[in-house]
Design a binder for this molecule. Sequence first.
Ligand code: ADP
Ligand code: MG
Length: 609
Amino acid sequence: MDDTLSNKIAAGEVVERPASIVKELVENAIDAESSSIEITLEEAGLTSIRVTDNGKGMSRNDATLAFERHATSKISNEHDLFRIKTLGFRGEALASIASVSKVKLWTSDGETEGTEVHIDGGAVIKQSNAAFRKGTDISVEQLFYNTPARLKYMKTIQTELGHTIDLVNRLALSHPFIAFKLVHYGQTILQTSGNGDQRRVLNDIYGVAVAKKMVPFSGENADFKVNGFVTLPEMTRASKNYMTLIVNGRWVKSYTANQAVLDGLHTYLPIGRYPVSVVNVETDPFLTDVNVHPSKQHIRLSKENELFSLLKIAVHEAIKRSIIIPDAIKNEPVKQTPSEQVTIWNDMYPIREKKVEEEISLPQFKNEVEAIDTKYIEEKTFYPSSSNVVIESDRPEKVFEEPAQKEDATPKKEKRFPSLVPVGQVHGTYIVAQNEDGFYMIDQHAAQERIKYEFFRDKLSKINQDDRQMLLMPLIFHYSGSDMVKIQENIQSLNEVGVFLEEFGPSSYTVKEYPTWFPDGEATSLIEALIEQVLESRKTDIGKLREDTAIMMSCKRSIKANHYLTITDMERLLHDLSIAENPYTCPHGRPVLIHFSTYELEKMFKRVM
Ligand code: ADP
Ligand code: MG
């Protein structure tokens, strides 16, 4: 097997895609103690990747050796292999890269004259002296030109660019003392200052909106030192892709470490949401093994359990400390006093109410309710087949039309939704209503979510260009370069949900107007949330964006639990619900109302057997 062939095989392991080449080149620049690294790409790196550093460079001899397999300058004996401090150590990356592309290298150690080397598909075609400052400049062109099968694996430019941006973001986070710059077709996507402040790097990557919601944490035991930043639970993302782990300066992936952070946030984090976080771990390299995979992306850790609990506690304590204050403020007082509520209740059922409390053993009642609840979800029917018994009520009731027995051909909504008379409210959360078929509990929040959802879905399906309000003061939104690339691509989709962004300087947008029906006082957070949705999805589907927007808007405006309603409020809500297209579930699929049929009630009270 000749060298070129074995290099190509190794390339399959190390050089998967443009991002993996960028990784190797940048890691070499980091190992060379550079304080400034610039990465320039054309066509997401497929036609050209260029990495320029100001590190220690190479002598003429080293520059030639660098492309030979296992030509690492970084470890010289077996002892070193167990105490690896540099990012590279296998000495095969440059040889592999050079075997599947056209490479040009300029380098100088600052002592001897510089060197220029050209290699095509692994063969040296030029090697000469060249005037060059201290440092290295390496360009990789026409990637996979001689391995077309591999070229086929490349996804879209956007996907490849996404991988590279993600990578450079993590490398920049791991090395806050290095100034990084990533440029694609002349556009600066990321630029960090290299002043050593990791929080500032977070700001450069994720934008101020995220960075200002991050809290620091730290912890220490005999074997590990951990610190980092994690977002407050109000700023979360839909995937774990925004969680970064850095062990001894190396960005690595570890399910366990992510899980420790998530456990630390447990009970604060909404289901299916993840924080933006960066965790720095310092430990004796002896406790780590990075030689698990050629890409050096995975790490094996001794004493993983100790690290896990240290991290979890550090995150938990930090979040707990930061959350105490906002929570206390958010607990708004109830709108109506409980005594008013009691009055409503007493008007409805002056005597019965107390008895009920005394006579029912609560657990048993609860079981019955659960049984009915399940039945409801399965059958979605509100008309009991069993009984037409009219119960006595202290309140005059609306006469209710008998539902047609066979009504499959007619639209289900208005006909099937029962006409309900509100009776009162439980725990400021559930409306109790009745008709001759029994009583109903309506989750007021779910009901209003459904009503609003249908309203917004309707508005969003046909954005009316005249239906906009101008703002006296434009709203300003800050985003990182990489986010702006993605936003720019989806600007049309955002327009279609009423978000009209105008570029404002290198890292900001302004919004000067938005649709009149945007929820009051929530425009900023709504626009941020919509942009976030675009940033999180791989490909924006306008239908899904509309749907998600309608759901988001409906949640924002809906009356929450612990909100006391007057009977008139309840009547209006029940009316609006009755004309909804699907009044039975909220947009998240939870039931809106539960029916306790007259028959079920009588059974519970053992009036019938
Ligand atoms: P490794 O990084 O595993 O040692 P590589 O194939 O990536 O192997 O690089 C081979 C050698 O080339 C390195 O050990 C280093 O001596 C040299 N080298 C590569 N890139 C640079 C650079 N940007 N600055 C200085 N030396 C470099
Ligand atoms: Mg290397």
